[in-house]
Design a protein around this ligand. Sequence first.
Ligand SMILES: Cc1ncc(COP(=O)(O)O)c(C=O)c1O
Length: 497
Amino acid sequence: MPRPGGSAASSPLVGGSEEPTLMEMSVAGRRSWSLPPLDVPEVDLALPEQAESALPLPEVSEHDLVMHYTRLSHRNFSVDLGAYPLGSCTMKYNPKICDWAAEYPGFRDLHPATPESSSQGALAVLVEAERFLCEITGMDRATFQPPAGASGELTGLLIMRAYHEDKGEHRTKILIPDAAHGTNPASVTLGGYETVEVPSNSRGMVDVDALRALLDDQVAGLMITNPNTLGLFEADIIEVADAVHEAGGLVYYDGANLNAIMGIAKPGMMGFDIVHSNLHKTFATPHGGGGPGAGPVAVHDHLVAFLPGPLPEVGPDGVFRWVMPEKSIGRVHGKHGNFGVVLRALTYMKALGGDGLRRVSEMAVLNARYLEELIRGPYDLPYEAPCMHEFVASAKTLKRDTGTRAMDIVKALMDEGFHAPTVYFPLIVEEALMIEPTETQSLQTMDALAEALLAIAATAGTDPDALHAAPVRTPVGRPDEASAARHLRVSWRDDDD
Ligand SMILES: Cc1ncc(COP(=O)(O)O)c(C=O)c1O
């Protein structure tokens, strides 16, 4: 029986066969187009000599072209092909109804600079999406301008700066847990602050005493995600938020993991002042490869005046308009953010309703906890607390006993038709495997994934070399990752060897 998770093993391209490039397929005179005979006077465009000389372009038929790109697309792994348990990235299934809504011509073809009088429908979408998002997060107002989580983080930090400066304070430091996602310290640096790392305790959560010791009048705020990047709910979050507030700082919620608590807990009630949500990870939009996404930032009333603007609002006359907040930090996006992503998110929210959204989170957590239990034993599970929507396992013992590393395990998993989990993150876990199954994977897929992971652990004991060589059944084997990153070749040149 084919594995529910997999496609690679059954792909016609399995085995590493090299696809010819379009240039290699080229045959002189072959065309993928035909034009009717000229029935208007010919014009001499007086092109420069270089443009007249034959350019080295591929000459292929339309069918060749379609086959080429379709074959290439089949070599990619995607959420629509199999289980994609890439922890932290939340590669969840995106219901097709969301794309259907985003394809609606009245929205799709609307230019972002259309005056408000001609874009009332789009403004209504933004206002409604903001209302839903504020309800889910427990906040008061939100901007949809930030086009990704990381830019939400930067926006939040700029709001913090504006807030403190408005009070006549110039604070210089932001606290971040040692398990934080890489974008957190990067945003802090970009926002002109210094990162101060807060250690985690043995439970994998913020060490409250260590946090207190770091607080002073230079701390502008704390940036933290909950559940954290170990997949654990920060049980002391209220105490943590209170401590930061007592020192005059603000508390920022990195909402990349909001998909674990939707409809169950609200960051706005945990003491957070600023909350970003990754719409592309929580409410469905295909993402990966850098975008497109949406990282709306929501705040409590005391920070609304600083939000990026303009913000969409509806007046007492029922007319929608753009309004600039009084002390706005200005724009953080050329126009109004990635509207198509917001529209998909609103469609997702409305299609599922409040109960449905809660169920999404419950299923995401259930799947992660189920899988974690199935692989306990051969894989180390460094923290005791039950996981939320993702968990971090470790291949520390397997490495010690058999020389098999986390990288070998995930490459072998690709041979079984699953996407690799995230590896070597968070940095505080040795040989980390960060696994996020997501809510739509079935019981059968969870069982198949566990079975594959257990079989790999068994192979580590009997034939570790087989795992060092994996993957052997994917279109591309194990590349030299350093060279692939440093000497990336993405274009064809006729002098390529
Ligand atoms: C915990 C956490 N924070 C922030 C981000 C950044 O979000 P984005 O990729 O949308 O910039 C991610 C992305 O995976 C994340 O997992």
